[in-house]
Design a protein around this ligand. Sequence first.
Ligand SMILES: [Ca+2]
Ligand SMILES: [Ca+2]
Ligand SMILES: [Ca+2]
Length: 344
Amino acid sequence: MRHIAASILVLGLTACATAPSVPAIRETAAVAQTGDAADDPAIWVAPQPEQSLVIATQKKGGLYVFDLAGRIVQEAPGGEPNNVDLREGFAWPEGAAPIVGASDRTDNTIVLWRFDSATRRLEPTPRARIATGFVEVYGFCLGQIGDALIAIATDRDSGEVGMWRIAPGPDGVPAGERVAGYTLGSIAEGCVVDDDHGVYYVAQELEGIWRVDANDTTGAGRRLVDRVGAGGNLVADVEGLSLWRSAEGGGYLVASVQGASRFAVYDRGDANAYRGAFRIAASEDAGADAVQGTDGIDVVSAPLGPNFPRGLLVAQDDRNTRPSELQNFKYLSWADVMLALELE
Ligand SMILES: [Ca+2]
Ligand SMILES: [Ca+2]
Ligand SMILES: [Ca+2]
């Protein structure tokens, strides 16, 4: 959601004066749909890291799969998948393999696909659709809490948050049982599950970032990590959330701050201390333009070859320029973020 309120713009410009810029490494191919169409990425880390892939939504018509060079290696048209996430090791009838999920606005379901690690292909036909009961399903993320695979989805207007436990049904088809739900009261989208800490984060776009215990079925114990406006470091809209995970539960929470075209970074630990914010500049070879008005993001800490020695961050770019093209995603080296924000 985009608000062009003068006060927000002024706030954003003031606040981002202090945010250092980190150059993109490259950009993906553009999506084939006009307007605001690219939305949210999920990174699949391959056993051979340089073969890793980025699965991303084109929210008017399907999924794209990009390689680390930014080339389209697969398209899976269908539906209106808004946010996407994945987890390894789902018990498919054929054996353990990654599960990919998305929030589909055509029928307000959680849609689930099998990903084949061996062929590096997403099975284009979904294996299951789980009805959310929402008026308009919006945000989506997956998590593994102990033995339980969980899916979290949000409703666009009410900010309702629902949690489903996902498990293979008797026929091997993934089935979902709703296990928690509550309403934030206004638009909420981005979310991410911290499997190791047993919590998840959800972005209420106009308010801030909430941290919620995965066992808190009513959301009553949720804590505001950071807020929009006075007393906070955020500017509306707060969009995608992701985690850069290091050993023993360390690392960082990253938030896409659309209203200021910047990314806020917090410690992943219990206190979620604010570590600063950065912007994404054009790549040094000028092959990729800077990021404006960012939406969904994903980040991994696994080394993915010489360009991404401390991991990869993928960010949607609202305006893909130089040359002027339809929307796409930018790739960033997390090592450059660590340098810019003096992390570790
Ligand atoms: Ca979005
Ligand atoms: Ca741009
Ligand atoms: Ca470009």
